[in-house]
Write a protein of this length. Structure first.
Length: 513
C-alpha cells in the first residue's frame, strides 16, 4: 500500500507539474496581453512580497510531517493526537501574525515604492496584498490538514486534488481575463479556489483518515525540541525567500515594474525547473524519517541519495537541454521580443542550480536526522551575501546583476560548502554521486550540440522549428542515455512506465468499444 502511494505520488506530482506548467505556458502570454507589462510586473511583485510574509510559518510544516511520521512509526497514537492539537493552536497563532504583519506592510507601501510607481499602481498593490494576506493566513491555519495527509502518506488523494487545482485555476483565470477583470480579479479567484481546496483537505483528514485532535497538557520538553528543530528550518525558509523573492523587490524599488516583469518571466522558467526536482523530496520525506527512526545504515541512505539524484538529473537534463536549444526562440514567440533577456536571466540561474536540485533528497535526510542546523546557518550566510551583491549589481547592471549575484551564491553555498558537509558529516558518498552525474552529463552535451545544428535549418515556421528541434534533442538524448549511461534500475523503471501506459491505453480503447 505504502509503495503504491509513494510511486503514485511521484507520478501524480510530475503529472501535475507537466500539466500545470503546460497550461501556464498557454495562459501566461494571455496574461501579458490582457494585463500589459506594467500590471503584470505589479502582479508579480505583489506575489513576491506576499511570499516573504509566508516565511512566518517558521518551519512548522516540516515539523508536523516529521513528528507525526515519527509517532506513527512508534505506534504512539495518543501522543500523535495531542501533537495535532498543539500544532493547530500554533498555526492559528501564526495565521493571526500574518494578518498583523500584512496590515503593517500595506500601511507602508507608499513609503517603499512611492518613488518608482504611480498613485494608481500603489493603490492597486494595496488591494492585491490585502487579498493575498488573507489567502496566506487561511493557507497557514488550514494547511495543517494537508500536512497531516502527507505524513499519513496518502499521496494519491493529495496529488489528485493538486492536479485538479492545477487544471481548473488557469482555465478560470483565462475566463476572468477575457471578461475584462485584471490582477485583482485573478487573486480573488485563486483565493476562492484555495479556500475550497483547504476545506476538502480538512474534511478528508477528519472524516476519512479519522485523525483526532486533542488539547491535552503540553509537554514542555517536546515543545523545546520542536522549536529547536523548527528554528533552523525557519532560517532555511528565510534563505529561500531572500534568494527567490528579494530580487523582484529590489528591482521594484530601483527600476520599476517593467524590469520586474522581464525578470519574473525568467524566474518563471527557473521555478518550473526547480519544481520538477523538489517533487521527489516532498514525497520521500515521511519514508526517510521512518528509515532514520529505524536506524538504517548510512550506506542505505547514500544509495537512495544517488539513485534519486540520477533520476532527478535525467529529468532536469531533458528540461535544461531543451531550454538551451530552443528557449530563446520560444520566449520570443511566446511572450514577445521585449522579453528576450528573460532567456539569459533564466540560464544564468538554472545552470548552477542543476547540482543542488539533484540533491533535494539530501535536505530530507538532514531534516529527518535533525542535522539541518549547519545547512540553515550556511544558507543564511550566503543569502545575506546574495542580498549584499544584488543591490549594487542591480544598480549597475539591472536584472542581470540580480541573476549573477544569485548564481554566485548558489555556487558557493549550495554546491561547494554543502557537498563537503554531506560527505564529511552525513557520510553520503559524494564522490560516487558526482561520478554518476558526470557520466549522465555526456549525452546531454552531445544532444545539445547536435540539436543546435538542426535549429539552423530553415523551417519557414518558428513553431515548427521549435517543435522539431525539441523532438530531435529529446529522442537523441534518450537514445544516447539508454545505450551508454542508464543502469538496470532506470531501464526497468522506464519500461514499466511505458508498459503501464500501454495497458491503460488498451483498457480505455476496450471500454470505448
Amino acid at each position: 500500500m505504502k509503495n503504491n502511494q509513494l510511486k503514485s505520488g511521484i507520478i501524480l506530482s510530475y503529472l501535475t507539474l507537466i500539466l500545470g506548467n503546460s497550461i501556464s505556458l498557454i495562459y501566461t502570454p494571455l496574461m501579458l496581453r490582457y494585463l500589459g507589462q506594467s500590471e503584470y510586473g505589479l502582479y508579480s511583485l505583489s506575489l513576491s512580497i506576499i511570499s516573504l510574509i509566508g516565511i512566518l510559518n517558521f518551519g512548522f510544516g516540516s515539523a508536523v510531517i516529521r513528528y507525526t511520521s515519527k509517532y506513527r512509526a512508534m505506534g504512539e497514537k495518543s501522543l500523535e493526537y495531542s501533537l495535532n492539537g498543539m500544532f493547530l493552536l500554533i498555526f492559528t497563532l501564526i495565521g493571526t501574525m500574518v494578518i498583523v504583519v500584512g496590515h503593517f506592510l500595506i500601511s507602508n507601501i507608499d513609503l517603499l515604492f512611492g518613488n518608482s510607481m504611480s498613485i494608481t499602481e500603489l493603490s492597486k498593490m494595496k488591494t492585491l496584498i490585502s487579498i493575498l494576506v488573507f489567502n496566506t493566513a487561511a493557507s497557514i491555519i488550514f494547511g495543517f490538514f494537508s500536512l497531516i495527509i502527507t505524513a499519513y502518506e496518502r499521496f494519491i488523494f493529495l496529488k489528485l486534488v493538486a492536479l485538479l487545482q492545477a487544471i481548473i485555476t488557469p482555465m478560470l483565470i483565462i475566463l476572468i481575463l477575457v471578461l475584462g477583470y485584471t490582477s485583482i480579479g485573478m487573486v480573488l479567484l485563486t483565493t476562492s479556489i484555495n479556500l475550497i481546496i483547504l476545506i476538502i483537505n480538512c474534511i478528508y483528514c477528519l472524516k476519512i483518515l479519522k485523525v483526532k485532535i486533542t488539547f491535552n497538557r503540553v509537554d514542555i520538553k517536546l515543545i523545546k525540541e520542536i522549536l529547536n528543530y523548527c528554528f533552523y528550518i525557519f532560517l532555511i525558509l528565510i534563505v529561500d525567500k531572500l534568494f527567490w523573492s528579494t530580487d523582484q523587490f529590489i528591482l521594484g524599488i530601483i527600476s520599476g515594474t517593467s524590469s520586474v516583469a522581464v525578470y519574473s518571466i525568467g524566474a518563471t522558467f527557473t521555478n518550473y525547473f526547480m519544481a520538477f526536482s523538489t517533487a521527489f523530496s516532498g514525497v520521500y520525506f515521511p519514508k526517510i524519517t521512518q528509515m532514520v527512526t529505524n536506524k538504517v545504515e548510512n550506506k542505505e541512505l547514500s544509495a537512495l541519495f544517488i539513485r534519486t539524484g540520477r533520476l532527478q538529473f535525467i529529468i532536469l537534463s531533458i528540461i535544461i537541454g531543451g531550454f538551451i536549444v530552443v528557449g530563446k526562440e520560444f520566449i520570443i514567440t511566446w511572450a514577445g521580443k521585449e522579453y528576450i533577456h528573460a532567456y539569459y536571466l533564466a540560464l544564468i540561474v538554472m545552470i548552477p542550480l542543476c547540482v543542488p536540485l539533484t540533491q533535494t533528497i539530501g535536505i530530507a535526510i538532514l531534516q529527518a536526522k535533525n542535522m539541518h542546523r549547519f545547512r540553515s546557518v550556511i544558507y543564511l550566510a550566503i543569502a545575506i551575501l546574495n542580498l549584499l551583491l544584488s543591490v549594487p549589481l542591480a544598480q549597475k547592471y539591472g536584472y542581470f546583476g540580480c541573476a549573477l549575484a544569485t548564481s554566485v551564491s548558489i555556487l558557493i553555498g549550495h554546491i561547494i560548502i554543502m557537498n563537503i558537509y554531506y560527505y564529511k558529516k552525513i557520510k553520503l558518498d559524494i564522490p560516487v554521486f558526482f561520478k554518476n552525474m558526470s557520466l549522465l552529463l555526456i549525452p546531454l552535451l552531445l544532444s545539445v550540440i547536435v540539436s543546435v545544428q538542426v535549429k539552423n535549418f530553415d523551417f519557414n515556421n518558428e513553431y515548427w522549428s521549435i517543435i522539431t528541434t525539441s523532438m530531435v534533442f529529446l529522442v537523441l538524448y534518450l537514445i544516447l542515455s539508454w545505450l551508454f549511461v542508464f543502469n538496470d534500475y532506470e531501464k526497468t523503471l522506464f519500461k514499466t512506465s511505458i508498459s503501464k501506459f500501454r495497458l491503460r491505453s488498451q483498457e480505455k480503447v476496450s471500454l470505448d468499444n
